[in-house]
Design a protein around this ligand. Structure first.
Ligand code: SF4
Length: 344
């Protein structure tokens, strides 16, 4: 067997050079099989998690203009919106009636939204409706703080007091500044993103991280991305899970390439091997579909990253009910369990 895979199988940490070799040169089936064995060693019991949450995109106004994004609109353009407190309440109550007890709040960067809006929404969702809230990417956090003349730790303290319990590592895409300069020049740099998420973890707001690949990133940049996440987790221990996504076609001016199932599964498996300090790896059934989702559960993943009740950014290919999630997991040969967004 490849000595690098043997090292991973012994639960020893891989170097960036070893991970790069696996990504570029190793047979994908060997990487996948090793990741499955490592997943079983780290998480015995053949359990697979799912969760039920409602995504609420509170505004589509955004000044960041990512090249790949078709969701956002310029301030004043027709079709822009900012959801009122009543509308968000209505959506949350509907989600609750479908079995969700968690809300995932995310939106664009609109410098005109005042802090009171965010705290009112959080208080309503958590204090009045008793739901838990994961929300605001590091990009949103960074800009809400700036707009309101606060530093990030003070903002996080305020949002946490209003009810926020988790922050997703969204807006990462590829944490390599060469790529970020092209796909989203106004977004946070890799270091700004890292530092903002580290502040969230230090404030007691754990969450997830991800990778979005399938454009013009290089294998070296993918490994640098994973390495940044692993180092962040060594420092803060605030990352509960990692999920791999591919870019979905939203605009005509952002180059995306076809990612084969083999390429996706190999990256998912490599993430399980390299991110030895992140407990859970999620396969994106929503983004990749059920067939790859099922294969992902034998390629290092232990979670299906669903059920999402509403998603404006991505057309849903996911699982739509608790019964469907449990049946899907059982048919794949695992025991389902329902988790919270923070894997509590
Ligand atoms: S991806 Fe997010 S930050 Fe980028 S333009 Fe769309 S809404 Fe704005």
């Amino acid at each position: 067997m490849n000595p690098i895979l043997n090292k991973a199988l012994s639960l020893n940490r891989l170097s960036p050079e070893e991970a790069l070799f696996l990504l570029k040169d190793a047979d994908w089936t060997c990487v996948v099989r090793t990741a499955n064995a490592v997943r079983n060693a780290r998480l015995p019991g053949h359990r697979v998690g799912y969760t039920v949450y409602q995504i609420i995109n509170y505004t589509n106004v955004c000044s960041i203009h990512c090249e790949f994004c078709s969701f956002s609109k310029e301030k004043g353009e027709p079709g822009t919106y900012l959801l009122s407190l009543d509308k968000i309440r209505e959506k949350a109550i509907h989600a609750r009636s479908l079995g969700a007890n968690q809300i995932f709040l995310q939106g664009g960067v609109d410098e005109d939204i005042q802090l009171d809006y965010y705290t009112d929404v959080l208080q309503m969702l958590t204090h009045e409706l008793k739901m838990s809230v994961r929300g605001f990417s590091p990009v949103e956090i960074f800009h809400i703080a700036k707009t309101n003349g606060m530093d990030v730790p003070t903002l996080l303290k305020t949002l946490k007091a209003a009810g926020l319990s988790s922050v997703p590592g969204a807006g990462a895409e590829i944490l390599a500044d060469r790529v970020r300069a092209k796909l989203s020049p106004k977004k946070l740099t890799s270091l700004e993103w890292r530092d903002t998420l580290a502040e969230c973890h230090k404030a007691g707001l754990p969450g997830s991280v991800n990778i979005v690949f399938g454009s013009f990133e290089t294998p070296e940049e993918i490994i640098a991305h994973l390495d940044l996440l692993r180092a962040l987790q060594d420092e803060t221990k605030g990352i509960k899970s990692f999920v791999a996504w591919t870019f979905q076609k939203q605009t005509d001016h952002f180059p995306i390439r076809h990612v084969s199932p083999q390429e996706y599964l190999k990256l998912l498996a490599l993430s399980r091997l390299y991110l030895d300090n992140i407990p859970h790896v999620e396969v994106s059934v929503l983004g990749m579909g059920k067939e790859i989702g099922e294969l992902g559960l034998s390629s290092g993943a232990d979670d299906i990253n669903s059920i999402v009740i509403e998603e404006n950014v991505l057309e849903s290919r996911g699982i739509k009910s608790i019964g469907e999630a449990e049946e899907f997991i059982r048919k794949a040969g695992f025991t389902p369990y329902r988790r919270t967004l923070n894997f509590d």
